[in-house]
Design a binder for this molecule. Structure first.
Ligand code: FAD
Length: 269
């Protein structure tokens, strides 16, 4: 999926849909939360970093590969996604011990030894950060907070597009149907968000042996069923054990931040 201002990106598609529905967009303008129905301003406090580079691949084949717990990116992961000869390599860093740019360099070097000659040319780099947190109330200053500014994000991998789109849709429903936004979030999103925090905590505590175990089980499921997604979905399902672990995950990983939000703190390791 492409992001950004180019014609075939998610962002452009959403903008075009909004314009077609008669929405007026004001660029380079800001507003106070008190004057908004919905606040969707993205991450404010970094709880993880991503840095990547566009690449030209030696083959047109589709490739999607991820390395977790590899020494090149010790407390995080790096991945390659490539299709039609164009792709990205990116490293996601979940601690403040190693800078994101050195991680990208070591990820590219590791890739060269793991898949020699696959990356033909490295193009422009990109990067950013993400925010994960839990808050007691997602309605503040009279506005509904959605996406990463509300901390709604996958704490395990830092993939927040699904949470941003889902919470945006729920905020729309809450306003349109007069339903309580917190209740909708509880029904559709928060159990998954909390599950992601427990998963992150388990992986941080379990280290590379836990990661290897999960990846081996995932790979077996993928092989047997021809689809790895049900296995991943189950990892996020709140179960009795997970809800008991949530308090420990919260105590270990979250710190109080602004406006009642508890954010993951990056530990120097
Ligand atoms: C490099 C990188 C790679 C990623 N890869 C993935 C991935 O593969 N899969 C995935 O699911 N997630 C990924 N993510 C995370 C994903 O991009 C975010 O979780 C998602 O975009 C969050 O959506 P959002 O709408 O909450 O915030 P954003 O997408 O950050 O949008 C917030 C918008 O609000 C604007 N804004 C900020 N302040 C104000 C203000 N005061 N007034 C008006 N506008 C304001 C910003 O300019 C921005 O346009 C990645 C993130 C990064 C940085």
């Amino acid at each position: 999926m492409r992001r950004g201002i180019q014609p075939e990106s998610l962002d452009t598609a959403l903008k075009d849909e909004a314009l077609a529905l008669g929405v007026e967009i004001q660029f380079d303008a800001t507003a106070r939360p008190e004057d908004c129905h919905v606040v969707a301003t993205g991450p404010r406090h970094p709880t993880g970093f991503v840095v990547g580079a566009k690449i030209e691949a030696a083959t047109d084949e589709d490739r999607c590969v991820m390395w977790v717990g590899h020494p090149a990116v010790p407390h995080g992961y790096f991945y390659l996604v490539s299709s039609g000869g164009q792709g990205v390599v990116a490293a996601t860093v979940l601690s403040s011990g190693t800078g994101p740019r050195p991680c990208l360099r070591s990820a590219l070097a590791a890739m060269e030894s793991l898949m020699p000659g696959f990356v033909r040319r490295c193009g422009p780099q990109f990067g950013g950060y993400g925010q994960f947190g839990l808050r007691p109330d997602y309605v503040q200053h009279g506005a509904l907070w959605v996406g990463e500014c509300a901390g709604l994000q996958d704490a395990l991998w830092g993939f927040g597009i699904n949470a941003a789109l889902t919470s945006g849709w729920l905020a729309g429903r809450a306003l349109d149907e007069g339903v309580d936004y917190n209740t909708l979030l509880e029904q559709h999103l928060l159990p998954w968000v909390r599950g992601s925090l427990v998963n992150r905590w388990l992986l941080e505590r379990g280290g590379s042996s836990a990661i290897s175990g999960v990846l081996a089980a995932w790979s077996i499921h993928q092989g047997v069923r021809g689809d790895g997604l049900p296995f991943i979905r189950r990892l996020y399902r709140p179960k009795w054990l997970r809800s008991r672990l949530l308090d420990r995950a919260r105590a270990d990983l979250l710190l109080p931040g602004d406006e009642g939000i508890e954010c993951i703190h990056l530990r120097r390791r």
